[in-house]
Write a protein that binds this ligand. Sequence first.
Ligand code: CP
Ligand code: NVA
Length: 305
Amino acid sequence: MTKKDFITLTDYKAETLVKIIKRAIEFKKGSHPSCEAGGKVLAMIFTKPSTRTNVSFFVAMQRLGGQAMYLGSEALQLSRGETIGDTAKTLSRYVDAVIIRTFSHFDAVALSESASVPVINGLTDLLHPCQALGDVMTICEKKGFDFNKIKMVYIGDGNNVCNSLINAAGVLGFKLTVASPEGFEPSEDVFEKMEKINPDIRLEKDPHTAVSDADVIYTDVWVSMGDEDEEEIRKKTFSKYQVNKSLVSKAKKDFIVMHCLPANRGEEITDEIMDGKNSAIFDQAENRLHIQQALLEYLFKESEK
Ligand code: CP
Ligand code: NVA
């Protein structure tokens, strides 16, 4: 029995991701009830806050016939220095899968290496693969599965969400231009690896140039969880990177706007754009539920082989 983790999208082939997305679309239609997780329990370790990831994983497990337990920062002996390895080995004796949201990406990797059950990355400082997979599902619903016809433009901080979107563009082959100010570009390592397999992943300084002919405009907060010390400098540096009416006017007519949420309205995105007719933002939030239901089903099935 080999267990399967979901730590980064780059561990997956395009066809597997597409299969999970198609299953999520079936779940969304409500046409395929499943009890793949009957009696199973998901442990959810969160050392950072969460609305969407927490609630959508909880509901996804319920819909699959299983249960989920929320383990916040103070809930585990991890907070008193128990090692990640010992935590992973112990939890693997009780539960059927673990999701972790934390700061260091290496902690999520260490957990997956020591656990004998599937481990899901629910966001680290480096990556947010569940978000990017749900986002691709949203793009497929709105624009179809012909990835090489899609141009996404990411405006703002080259953060965990941006890095996972780069990984998605690398594996699935859509065009991606990232416009970030100097010093706030995405991970060099992620960018260089993905650029080699998809030369249509580009960096651009000027957000107005970047957004030309975009099918999808994506943004995220300027101050991520853990970056609070840099709030002042970040707000100054990013002021020209707001997604507003003037910026989106350069995109294709039928562009969609995306944001992983939570948003700081009036900073990285205006109310007008967030609530406007091109916004796909709350469809994105909904799709976290369906994609994670499909992902859990996939991981449980694979790990039973
Ligand atoms: N997008 C996202 O992961 O939201 P939460 O931080 O609320 O989980
Ligand atoms: N980049 C944000 C995403 C939140 C879902 C953060 O890490 O805080």
